[in-house]
Design a protein around this ligand. Structure first.
Ligand code: DON
Length: 573
């Protein structure tokens, strides 16, 4: 039998292992060092784009707090990351002040007032292919600008104008695009031409885009200047609103001046719970993310993951079975709680989630056909982006924001220079019909005028013993919830650093389809065979998620994790 190590020897071993892993993974992948630039004590921003991360740090250095930096980063991403950064989309913010105060802000898009339940179905009642995804009819009423104004009014310190200026400069003067962006813009060129025959800055007129080409967006700079001068009414009223409504009329869109004027961001009580002594603060409906994340954490809490190991077959089985059950609940019970009685208290009960796991056996996979949403008696009343920010005082912001698909509906508002979302596809356009992420839904998430479509976005903050512990989130549609779930487990159960936790290979299951998407190399062939023999259908998948996260060390320093699956960057000072 192996002799037990003394705590001191264990600590030294842990340090040696830690640095060995750092050196080995850094050398092998060449990635850890590239995206993660070490520990910082004054503040940190981790986002999908290095320029946007630096904008956030410049605001912190000027004396802004985490919310000021978040507002500036949101507008900067609308310029430098047009796939998902936006003013024509929406999102969610989870906030935790150093004092322990928590809050969450819903700036999700809304269905226009003329929206109807069957608006994407043909005369036979079947979904019309891509109607909820492309063109003017796919857009919900945007929420981002109202969200940023609400966040700034409540918590901001610096002037609104100062927070808009970096984005305006980047749009006016241009910024060098990355290699990945050049290839994405080139790949989308025919689609941009189709949906924007009059042109957009995203179409290059002479030859294909190349790395470091400047993307100049003059119309967007003007729109941002209106917002700088007039706040949200610079977007929801006046010239920009006129351009949005004209764009609707040019196609088959239904957003009206009234819809724009009536849009409000809403402060909501965050979903909170505990996992192994950590406080989890996350997003309530209209996101499914917070409830589903807490269901997953509660379902797996009793199992000894640390002993079994990361991506071990038992660990995998328990996580997949928890996911099967949580996503079955999502499909039936979750929707905009302002329109549908979401049984939030019941779904968040640890006893409920632990009981749901009782039907699972290690011998064989449950089938999704045999798992239904839990019966709850009395209902009570790809492309997205996430960024995480902390400031010197320890205030933390997690924002996930989206246009839905990459470049949203592909419609650039003529004259105003920004992309509109295709968020209407997140509704269940027909009961049981899968959306672009294969998610199905029913009554809870059917379309209704002015309703918010159900989301999976899961901006999340964790605290321990009254102190900030982690800020985390990701894009990835339905895989958002499971990616956040795995990142949290990677740190708490598997002792990874923030960067390791973000880079570790992921897998995803969502009840239907009854299969598990597994990133290449997440499981070796022996494990795959063993799991297949038990009935799991394993599908090799490309990248899952793009997590950007921050960990606060026990010494009060910030450690970043910027996902090496993208151009994501840590900036700190
Ligand atoms: O709100 C949602 O759940 C989706 N609209 C998110 C889309 C997304 O993450 C696409 N990115 N990869």
């Amino acid at each position: 039998m192996q002799k037990a190590l003394s705590p001191n020897t264990k600590f030294v071993w842990h340090c040696i292992n830690f640095y060995l892993i750092l050196i080995l993974t850094g050398c092998a992948a060449g990635q850890l060092g590239k995206n993660n630039s070490g520990e910082f004590k004054n503040g940190m921003v981790v986002s999908a784009n290095g320029i946007a991360s630096k904008v956030g740090i410049s605001i912190l250095k000027k004396g802004g707090n985490a919310v000021d930096a978040a507002v500036a980063v949101q507008f900067a991403l609308a310029v430098v990351y047009p796939n998902a950064g936006n003013i024509g989309g929406g999102g969610f913010m989870v906030y935790r002040a150093a004092s322990g105060e928590t809050n969450s802000l819903d700036f999700r898009e809304k269905a226009p007032s003329a929206a109807t339940r069957d608006m994407y179905l043909d005369s036979l009642g079947n979904p019309i292919v891509d109607k909820s995804l492309h063109g003017q009819i796919a857009s919900g009423v945007p929420g981002s600008v109202a969200g940023m104004e609400a966040a700034h009014k409540k918590y901001g310190k610096l002037s609104w104008s100062a927070l808009l200026q970096p984005a305006i400069d980047l749009a006016k003067n241009g910024f060098p695009i990355t290699k990945r962006q050049a290839s994405q813009l080139n790949a989308n060129h025919p689609r941009f031409m189709h949906f924007n025959p009059d042109g957009t800055a995203l179409i290059k007129l002479t030859g294909p885009w190349q790395e470091n080409d400047l993307l100049v967006q003059t119309q967007l700079a003007n729109t941002l200047t209106f917002i700088q001068q007039k706040g949200k009414s610079g977007f929801y009223e006046g010239a920009v609103a006129d351009s949005i409504v004209a764009e609707m009329k040019a196609g088959n869109g239904i957003i009206t001046h009234e819809d724009l004027k009536n849009y409000r961001a809403i402060w909501r009580k965050p979903v909170t719970g505990t996992f192994k002594g950590y406080d989890v603060i996350t997003m309530p409906p209209p996101s499914s993310g917070g409830i589903a994340l807490m269901q997953l954490l509660e379902s797996v809490e009793p199992y000894p993951f640390k002993k079994w190991g990361h991506n071990a077959d038992s660990t995998f089985q328990v996580m997949v079975e928890a996911e099967r059950r949580a996503y079955a609940d999502r499909a039936t019970h979750l929707g905009d709680a302002d329109f549908y009685n979401v049984p939030q208290t019941e779904l968040l009960k640890p006893t409920y989630n632990k009981a749901r796991m009782a039907s699972f056996s290690f011998d064989s996979a449950s089938t999704s056909a045999s798992i239904k949403a839990g019966e709850i008696d009395i209902p009570e009343h790809l492309e997205t982006t996430h960024f995480s920010i902390v400031d010197r005082a320890g205030n933390a912001v997690a924002i996930t924001t989206t246009l839905n698909a990459s470049f949203g509906s592909l419609i650039v508002v003529k004259g105003a220079g920004f992309l509109l979302n295709d968020e209407m596809d997140d509704f269940s356009v027909k009961a049981g019909a899968p959306n672009m992420f294969g998610l199905i839904g029913g009554k809870a998430n059917e379309i209704a005028a002015n309703k918010r479509m159900l989301s999976s976005m899961t901006p999340t903050i964790l605290a321990k013993d009254g102190k900030l512990f982690m800020v985390v989130g990701t894009p990835g549609g339905s895989t958002i919830i499971t990616s956040v779930f795995q990142t949290i487990l990677n740190v708490i159960d598997f002792d990874m650093t923030m960067q390791q936790a973000v880079d570790a290979k992921r897998f995803h299951h969502q009840w239907l389809p009854d299969e598990v998407d597994v990133e290449k190399t997440a499981l070796d062939s022996v494990k795959v065979k063993k799991l297949e023999e038990k009935g799991y259908k394993i599908i090799k998948s490309g990248n899952i998620g793009r997590v950007d996260a921050i960990l606060r060390t026990p010494r009060g320093k910030y450690l970043g994790g910027a996902d090496s699956r993208g151009d994501d960057k840590v900036a700190g000072y």
